[in-house]
Ligand binder design. Sequence first.
Ligand code: PBG
Length: 324
Amino acid sequence: MSFPRDRLRRLRRSETLRRMVRENKLSCDDFILPLFVVEGSGLREPIVSMPGVYRFSLDQIVDEAKRVADLGVPAVILFGIPGQKDARGSGADAEDGITQRAVSAIKAGVPDLCVMTDVCLCEYTDHGHCGIVDQGRVLNDPSVERLAQTALSHARAGADVVAPSDMMDGRVAAIRHILDDHDFDDIPIMSYAAKYSSAFYGPFRDAAESTPQFGDRRAYQMDPPNRREALREMQLDLDEGADVLMIKPALAYLDIVADARSNFDVPIAAYHVSGEYSMIHAAAERGWIDGERAMEEALMCIKRAGADLILSYAAAEVAARLDS
Ligand code: PBG
């Protein structure tokens, strides 16, 4: 049977009915808020290309973490921007590195907030690549070693979850091994499993000062036209010991999020990246779209596609508007 007996508009008649048949609902519990931390004190530097996002010095970031936790956001993911960079990214695994100190400070001040760390070298290397470079090439295995050390240093500082974002082959296994060898067998790995070489990372690279000084990241991040390959990346990361699989970016890659959801039974995360966030703000500033609605719609649709966890710069502002 169909029209005129069937009328799907019947269940859309009122907000109450719509509420009752709504298939998905955003909750604060879905969110992970990225935070940038810099050296210095008293700093809360606005990031021009990301309205509403700041780089915090250590003394300020704990207050921000408290505010975020009070809004009901369960987790943050930290990106450290060191004072000095070098070829091997020495700051990445330094015991007193910026990220390590931020983790300890936040865990001390807001113990119940889940503190995740982005494990990568690009913020710490002077060339801006995510690994060790030799003659213009990013070397896989030496980079993996550095990344494993970095993850270990984050765990030692008190990180609750480590999240490798470099896209080197074999890094999840290396991180799992080094953590297990040092009594951190209870620290989960959220892998950036299907991370694409995307133009949508532009504003982040300003924020984190991590733009590659030569070339680009296409020789390690995934090629955007590829869908089947994402399943291989995710399967490999699972086999290597990943606890959560992440897809990044989110909005233009919802097919990958849906594939992940239907193929794997682990929690799926999606990263609503800087460009996706800033485009909404930019259009809203011009009065072209309703920014609040567009932001919530974007996050809602990422959830509908199958994400359990959503990394978003809008996590706090949206959490403040949600009723639960
Ligand atoms: C790499 C990293 C990047 C992002 C998260 N981790 C940048 C890149 O790969 O160039 C991008 C996040 C965003 O755009 O919001 N450490």
